[in-house]
Structures are given as C-alpha cells and as structure tokens.
Write a protein that binds this ligand. Structure first.
Ligand code: NAD
Length: 440
C-alpha cells in the first residue's frame, strides 16, 4: 500500500467509500478476518513494534507488550469472543396501539468510513485499540498515527497494510498539515485521542460535515489519600501508575491530595517505592522510559521548582531523562498545578480532609480519572456521589482501563464518548430502530 502516499486525502476517502458501498466490510466474516489479521500482525510484528516504541519513548520491552501489544491482543480476543452476540438485533416490545402483530428491534449498522487519530504516548495501542472497534463494527478506516512517535508511526504504516484489507484500511502518516487536510474530508465518524486544544479543532472540522466525534482527552487526574491507609501499599501503587511510561499516561495520577500528617508519612514511603521500582539510579534502570522530545522535556523541567523536591529532580537533556520526582508543599497556584503534567512529576497538595478534597476536585475540570485510597466505605460513597470523572479507581490507579467490560472515556473537559469491548461497537455503529408490521 505504498501507493497510498501518492494518494490525496480525497482520493483515499473516495476509494474507501467505494469499498464500503460494495458492502465488503459488513459481513461478520470480514470483520473477524480483519481482527485475526491484526492479531497476527501483533504477534509477528510485535518485536518490531516494541523496538520502535523503545526508539521513540525508551519504552521498556515489558511495558511495550503489557500496555500496547498484548493489551490490543486482549481487546481483539475479547471482541472475537463476543462480537456475534453483541451484534445480534435486540427485540423490544411493540406498543399495543400498533396491534399484536407488530414487532420492533434495533440493529447495529456500521457508520461508513471512520478516521482514527492517535497520540504519541501509547502510539501503537491508542491507534490499534480503536481500530479493533472500528473494524469489528464493519467500517472502513483511515488510521493517522502520531508524527511525534516517528519510529512507531513508520512501523505501523508498514505493518498495517501488509496484514489488513487495503481496500478498506488506509494509513496516513504526517503531522498538522496532513491531519488538517484529512479533517477537511467528510468522514462518518472521527475518533481522536490527544489533547483538548486539538480536540476542539477536530470537533470544529467535524461540525462542517455533521460528523460525530469521540474525543479521548486528558487533564489532571487527582488522587485522594485518606488518613489511616497503609502508605507503603499506597506509595507502591501510586509510583507504578505515575511513573509508567515516564508519567506520559493519560490516566496517570497527576497529583495527590491528602492531609498534612499523611503527606509527611507518604514522602518516605514514596521514596522507598520509587527505589524499589527503579533503584537509586533510575537513569540506569532498564524499566524506566524517556520523555518523548525536547519540547516536552523543557516544559517538564520548568515545573520542577513548583515545590520541595522529596525524591528525584535529576534531569539529562541529551537523553531526555527526568527522574521519578515527588514534590511536596505544592501550592495550588504553582505552575505544576495549572496544566496536565504528563511527565514523571508527582506533586503533593495538602488539604484539611475529605470535604476540602472534594471541593478541590469540583472546582476544576472534570478529570479523566479520579483515584481514592481509603479504608472507609463512607468516603468511597461520598467521592462516587459528589464528584464527576471519566473513571474512578479505589485503591489502584490506571488499571480500570484494562477492564474491557468497562467503558473507557472522559466527561466534560476530559472527553466525549467512550470505547473498549462492546462500548466500541456502540461508538463505531449506528443503532438503527426498526419497526415491522405485516401487510396482512
Ligand atoms: P499528539 O501531539 O500526538 O496529537 C495527537 C494527534 O493530533 C496527532 O496524530 C497529531 O498529528 C494530531 N494533531 C496535532 N496538532 C494538530 C492540529 N493542529 N490539527 C490537527 N491535528 C493535529 O498528542 P498529544 O495531544 O500531545 O497527546 C497527549 C494528550 O493526549 C494528553 O492530554 C493526554 O492526556 C491525552 N491522552 C488521552 C488519552 C485517552 O485515552 N483519553 C490517551 C492518551 C493521551
């Protein structure tokens, strides 16, 4: 499919739309064949993708498999196991005024030609996992990998056409000009993962064609640590979730809210947890990633004096290394608290207790995820009922997105719509309403 590069966006759209019109992508057999082919691509091309992820992000091989390659395989297997059942028409009761012989049901229709735009932080998984849903739903797909992860984008542009049906799937590489050109085209759905500024650009472009959008965005995901919790357990789980992919994870714990006494005890616990995960010299750890580029490195190092450095603080621009860092005594007005950190810096902000923590969260944008460490049932209920976030994790950050039976997505500033498992079918299909009344 190298010829794709010589095709303009409108030529690609016309070609894929023509394929879709033939009905080629609709049968269950085509959909499952694409999913199996994608699975084969991930097993045969897994090492290539892992090497590319290492080149782009210093991503440890284990993380590349766990969070992107095997993660997508799980999504594929889950979908293959359930797709036929998910797609079955659902009968509903027809109302009495239509007579006893009337029947009604819903049927899932593919949307048509969909665009998937991926970010750089999980540049394989966040392109492929939405594609699983798009293909399972019977759509033709234009896939746009992130130019900020160039090795992974190149590997995907080479691998995807070698395994998938090139009549119905196209990969378009490129940055802002190429994406802008794509967005001018009429898609039937746009699935965008990335930041809210570009999310708005995508939604504006989609509005021109009345195209529906899914926006998987980010923001600051808070953590509340209650008094009286086992802080060694808390610190270990927090550090794992925060410093995975050097903090460049959309659902990474962004900052900690806790009372002053707990904060004081959490500091040494976090130091121990970080040393346990990455040793005393994280720069030499094979388990720790790098910042994606110099621009983000400079942005992040500019946030390091937002508080007292408890652990970490070391940086090396030539290797784009920033040590796992914890900042204490952080003022809510400090720079690190003004934007999504998206890097390995964990600020601790003190509050008087649960009421102030809930107020703090509700004073800000609705987060993609909210995490709570508490032994109190009452605290769990209050957080669940009094705050709004894309997802909620008690006792374990990040992992809720591995539960494929749960919808994954944001709310408000953290996004629109959701996916994973059957929610991907909802996202990439139209649920058509059907009424039938016999003629005689
Ligand atoms: P990015 O810079 O790679 O951008 C994402 C995509 O948008 C790329 O494909 C890029 O080419 C395109 N793009 C960039 N500027 C554009 C423009 N002006 N016009 C059209 N297209 C444009 O990734 P990013 O936004 O830096 O990613 C990080 C953000 O993504 C964070 O906010 C993070 O929280 C969020 N994120 C969310 C999820 C989620 O699932 N909700 C997952 C990962 C990342």
């Amino acid at each position: 499919m190298n010829h794709i590069h010589s095709e303009s966006p409108s030529e690609i759209l016309a070609r894929l739309r023509a394929t879709f019109r033939t009905g080629r992508t609709k049968p269950l057999e085509w959909r499952t064949a694409q999913l199996r082919a994608l699975r084969t691509m991930l097993t045969e091309g897994g090492a290539d993708l892992a090497a590319a992820l290492h080149a782009d992000l210093g991503k440890p091989s284990g993380d590349a498999y766990r969070t992107e390659i095997d993660f997508t395989i799980r999504e594929i297997d889950h979908t293959l196991d359930h797709l036929e059942a998910w797609l079955a028409p659902e009968a509903v009761a027809a109302p009495r005024h239509l007579g006893p012989d009337a029947s009604a049901w819903t049927q899932y229709d593919p949307l048509g030609v969909v665009l998937v735009i991926a970010p750089w932080n999980y540049p394989a998984g966040l392109l492929l996992a939405p594609m699983v849903g798009a293909l399972a739903s019977g759509n033709a797909v234009v896939a746009k990998p992130s130019e900020l992860a160039p090795a992974t984008a190149a590997a995907l542009a080479r691998l995807l056409p070698a395994y998938l049906d090139t009549h119905a799937v196209a990969v378009v590489e490129g940055g802002i000009p190429e994406t802008t050109a794509l967005l001018a085209e009429h898609f039937d759905h746009i699935f965008y993962t990335g930041n809210g500024t570009v999310g708005r650009i995508v939604m504006r472009a989609a509005a021109e064609h009345l195209t529906s959008v899914t926006l998987e965005l980010g923001g600051k995901s808070p953590v509340f640590v209650d008094r009286g919790t086992d802080l060694d357990v808390v610190a270990e789980r927090l550090a794992r979730g925060k410093f995975l992919n050097a903090g460049q994870t959309c659902v990474a714990p962004d900052y900690v809210l806790t009372d002053p006494l707990t904060a004081a005890a959490l500091e040494p616990a976090l130091r121990r947890a970080i040393e346990g995960l990455y040793g005393t010299e994280p720069a030499t750890s094979g388990e720790y990633g790098r910042i994606v580029n110099e621009r983000h490195f400079d942005r992040l190092t500019g946030l390091l004096d937002s508080g007292r450095v408890v652990v970490g603080g070391g940086t090396d621009r030539t290797t784009r290394f920033i040590a796992p860092t914890v900042l204490a005594d952080v003022d809510p007005a400090a720079p690190v608290m003004q934007e999504e950190i998206f890097g390995p810096i964990l600020p601790i902000v003190t509050v008087s207790g649960l009421d102030e923590a809930i107020g703090f969260v509700n004073d800000r944008d609705k987060p993609l995820a909210l995490y709570v460490f508490t032994e109190s049932e009452d605290t769990r209920h209050r957080i669940a009922d009094e705050t709004s976030s894309g997802g909620l994790g008690y006792g374990l950050p990040v992992a809720h997105l591995t539960v494929l039976e749960l919808p994954f997505g944001g709310v408000g500033e953290s996004g629109i719509g959701s996916y994973h498992g059957r929610y991907s079918i909802e996202t990439f299909s139209h649920r058509k309403a059907v009424l039938a009344k016999p003629l005689a």
